[in-house]
Design a protein around this ligand. Structure first.
Ligand SMILES: [Zn+2]
Ligand SMILES: [Zn+2]
Length: 142
């Protein structure tokens, strides 16, 4: 069931409202995400529609051929991952207080790049980098 959420970065310059397909959250353990947010990346799984207020404060970083990452230029809060080939976006789960209680961690990706000093408990699909990259290549039509 769709879920409407809203939230803001640390300094409040950027506000995001979004309609999510559901309360699913995914974790990415890849090296790039770890450098970006200092730990596992935890984000919504897709978004049906969204609106960003304070877009002038948003900065983006092109982290690979296929993606850019958005963050607040004022406070550095990570905001979104933008998959360029499809235009798909996911937003950081921590932006949205509604997910503090409703959110459910449904999938972990790049599990083989996870560092040994943490592990997320519970049972869910966990995909390796090779599996994720194969899916990416399919999405890119290679
Ligand atoms: Zn900010
Ligand atoms: Zn990642």
């Amino acid at each position: 069931m769709s879920l409407d959420v809203e939230g803001a970065c640390l300094c409040g310059a950027v506000r995001v409202s979004a309609r999510l397909p559901d309360a699913s959250v995914e974790a990415c353990h890849c090296t790039r995400c770890r450098r970006w947010v200092g730990g596992p990346y935890l984000a919504t799984r897709g978004v049906e529609r969204f609106a960003i207020e304070g877009e002038a404060a948003v900065r983006t970083y092109r982290s690979s051929d296929w993606a850019e990452r958005g963050f607040c230029g004022g406070c550095g809060s990570a905001l979104f991952f933008h998959f360029l080939p499809s235009g798909g976006r996911s937003f950081m789960a921590g932006l949205f207080p509604a997910l503090d209680t409703a959110g459910a961690l449904r999938e972990e990706i790049f599990i083989d790049e996870r560092h040994g000093y943490y592990a997320l408990g519970g049972e869910r699909p966990r995909r390796t980098a090779a599996e994720c990259l194969a899916e990416l290549r399919r999405a890119l039509g290679d």
